[in-house]
Design a protein around this ligand. Structure first.
Ligand code: HEM
Length: 241
C-alpha cells in the first residue's frame, strides 16, 4: 500500500514537473517574443522618423541615408542584429502559436475568440503578411530589383539618391496601393503586439493598465500615419523632385 502511494505520488510529482517545465518554457518563449517584438517596433518607429526627412528635401534624406551607410561596421551589425531578432521572433512566435493551439480546449478557445480583438485574433496572419511585405520592400528600395526603371545614381553632393528613389516609387499607383496595404497590416500587428508585449514583460499595473493597453494602438497609429504621410505626399505631388 505504502509503496503504491509512493509510486502514485512520484508519478504526480513528475507530472507536475512536466507541467511546470511546459509553462516555464512557454513563459520564456513569450518573454523573448515580447522583447524581440519591442525591439522591432523600436526599429519601425526610428525608420519612420528618419524617413520623414523626405519633407526636408533631397539633401536632408540623402545625407541621413549616407550617414547610416557610411559606417559599414554599424550598418552590418544593425542588419545582422535585425535579422537575428526577426528570426528569433518569428521562430518562437510560430512555436508558441502551435503550442497554444494544442494545449487549449475547444470551448475555451471559442469563448476567448469572442472577447479577443480583430488585431489579436489575426496576429499570425498579419505577421506572415508583414514578413512578405518586408521582403518585397527590401527587394524594392534596398536591392532595387523590383523596379529597375530607377537606377542607383548620386545627387549633387555625391550621396546615393535615396530621395529620388522614394519619389519615383510613390508616383506609381501600384506601389502606392501595395505600401498602403502594408501599412494597414503593420498597424493591426503593431497595435496588439506592443500592448501585449508590455503586459508579458510584467509592466501590467492596475493604475497603468489603461496606458499600456492604449500604447499599442497609439504607437501603431503614429507609425502608420507617418508612413502614409510620406506615401501620399509624394503621390499627390507635395513632395517632388
Ligand atoms: C512609407 C514607408 C517606408 C518608406 C518610405 C521606406 C523607405 C526605405 C528606404 C528608402 C530604404 C533604403 C535605404 C537605403 O537604401 O539607404 C529602406 C530600407 C529598409 N526598410 Fe523601409 N521604408 C518604409 C517602411 C518600412 C517598414 C514598414 C519596414 C518594416 C516593417 C521597413 C523596413 C526596412 C528595412 C529592414 C530596410 C533595410 C535597411 C538596411 O539597409 O539595412 N521599412 N526603407
Amino acid at each position: 500500500m505504502a509503496s503504491g502511494e509512493t509510486a502514485v505520488s512520484s508519478c504526480k510529482n513528475r507530472g507536475m514537473m512536466r507541467l511546470f517545465n511546459h509553462f516555464q518554457t512557454s513563459l520564456d518563449s513569450k518573454v523573448v517574443v515580447a522583447l524581440t517584438g519591442l525591439g522591432l517596433a523600436g526599429f519601425v518607429v526610428f525608420h519612420m522618423l528618419g524617413n520623414l526627412q523626405v519633407f526636408e528635401g533631397a539633401e536632408a534624406l540623402n545625407s541621413y541615408a549616407a550617414f547610416l551607410r557610411d559606417m559599414p561596421i554599424l550598418l552590418w551589425t544593425t542588419r545582422l542584429g535585425l535579422l537575428s531578432i526577426v528570426a528569433l521572433h518569428i521562430g518562437l512566435a510560430i512555436q508558441l502559436t502551435l503550442h497554444n493551439r494544442r494545449a487549449r480546449p475547444v470551448a475555451y478557445a471559442v469563448r476567448e475568440y469572442r472577447k479577443a480583438s480583430l488585431a489579436s485574433r489575426t496576429m499570425a496572419v498579419t505577421g506572415s503578411v508583414l514578413l512578405l511585405f518586408i521582403v518585397f520592400h527590401l527587394l524594392h528600395l534596398t536591392a532595387g530589383v523590383v523596379d529597375t526603371s530607377f537606377p542607383d545614381r548620386l545627387d549633387l553632393q555625391g550621396h546615393r539618391d535615396v530621395y529620388g528613389k522614394v519619389v519615383h516609387a510613390f508616383r506609381n499607383p501600384l506601389f502606392v496601393a501595395l505600401y498602403l496595404a502594408g501599412q494597414f497590416v503593420l498597424g493591426l500587428h503593431l497595435s496588439h503586439a506592443v500592448s501585449s508585449s508590455l503586459q508579458t514583460l510584467g509592466f501590467e499595473h492596475a493604475a497603468l493598465n489603461r496606458l499600456f493597453k492604449a500604447a499599442g494602438p497609439v504607437i501603431a497609429l503614429l507609425v502608420v500615419l507617418g508612413n502614409m504621410a510620406i506615401i501620399l505626399a509624394v503621390f499627390l505631388g507635395v513632395v517632388r523632385t
